[in-house]
Design a protein around this ligand. Structure first.
Ligand code: ADP
Length: 243
């Protein structure tokens, strides 16, 4: 249902993505693992046009675009089908939780304010923040702020949610509540592409684990294949370090 092919990206002389292919089925949770600096975040950013790839194609259902040459209209079309959860939440500090979730619905999806308000409330309920509609980010813990970030993505009802290390900015005691919400929305059938260092989450929730190193996909498979029977030496070495 979603397919990214041949994604390449350099920053100056440094080739960060060297031709990456990813396929995601409807309702799948694909987890991307890999050492720091291997290009995981850059890949997600290219898929959502937060960075412009040097080459590659994206297919989302019937929509097919060139990641390098996409027109404004195509970029908009891809963004209509995707949502992004940022490492640092990226909330508007001068807006309440509810307003943060409504914003994308009103400006991006051109929905009437009342519809947006209802959808935003439902999304905040889903992530366990029904008592925080009127709270500003500064009044929320990091875990709660990230749950607003997830609610904002959910409210858009995208075909896929891209998660960029959603728990890595959190104090350890706040990680669990965010992973809990992610587990729940995965169980609801949300299609997710997740960059994370949370190995237990990958083991429990992933339909597919992708191991990336140095701008390429070294291997991909089920959690059982990657964690219990990795084929590649690079994967084994990484897992020995992190497990
Ligand atoms: P990962 O998510 O696997 O840790 P990243 O995609 O964040 O890896 O980064 C891969 C490499 O690309 C790093 O060496 C990083 O410094 C570099 N990089 C990322 N973004 C930029 C940028 N905007 N300009 C220059 N280099 C960048």
């Amino acid at each position: 249902m979603l397919e990214f092919k041949g994604v390449r990206k350099s920053f100056g002389p440094l080739q960060i993505l060297k031709g990456v292919d990813v396929e995601i089925g409807k309702g799948d949770v694909v987890v991307i693992l890999g050492p720091s600096g291997s290009g995981k975040t850059t890949l997600l950013r290219c898929l959502n046009f937060l960075e412009r790839a040097d080459a590659g194609t994206a297919r989302l259902g019937s929509l097919e675009v060139d990641l390098n040459r996409a027109t404004k209209k195509e970029v908009h079309a891809v963004r209509q089908k995707t949502a992004f959860v940022f490492q640092n939440y990226n909330l508007f500090n001068n807006k309440t939780a509810l307003e943060n979730v409504m914003e994308g619905l009103i400006t991006g999806r051109k929905q009437p304010k009342e519809t947006a308000r209802k959808k935003a409330a439902a999304a905040l309920d889903k992530v366990g923040l029904s008592d925080k509609y009127d709270a500003y980010p500064v009044q929320l813990s990091g875990g709660q702020q990230q749950r607003v970030g997830i609610a904002r993505a959910l409210a858009l009802d995208p075909e896929v949610i891209l998660f960029d290390e959603p728990t890595s900015a959190l104090d350890p005691e706040l990680v669990g509540e965010v992973l809990g919400v992610m587990r729940q929305i995965a169980a609801d059938g949300t299609t997710m592409l997740v960059v994370t260092h949370e190995m237990q989450f990958a083991k429990d929730v992933a339909s597919q684990v992708v191991f990336m190193d140095d701008g390429v996909i070294v291997e991909a498979g089920t959690p059982g294949q990657i964690f219990d029977r990795p084929a590649e030496e690079r994967t084994k070495r990484f897992l020995r370090r992190v497990l």
